[in-house]
Write a protein of this length. Sequence first.
Length: 119
Amino acid sequence: MEHRCGYRRDINVNVRVSTRAGVSGFGQLCEASASGARLVCSLPLAIHSVVILTVQEPSAAGSRRIRLEAEVIRGTSDGYGIEWAQFAPGALRTLYKYAESEKAGSTPVEIEQPRSVCS
């Protein structure tokens, strides 16, 4: 049964994967949607464990980190299905733009931080 919400996009972004248990390594986000993504990595991740994904994004002003938190929902033959801790996190839009600029071979430009509509 599919649990995905939203359109899945190919992004192919390298990420640093960390768990609350102190396990860390590298992986790749291959597809993402508003509710989650597919993560390929060689780390042994337990179902329902929380993972922190970090991307070093180069920009015109140096580099900055994009950080996303997710829960491992299922293991597959080609990675893990993860669900974002927050539905459609603002950093996901930044990741989409970063992935598009990487695919085009251009240097990413500074991306405006999403503003909260709630106070």
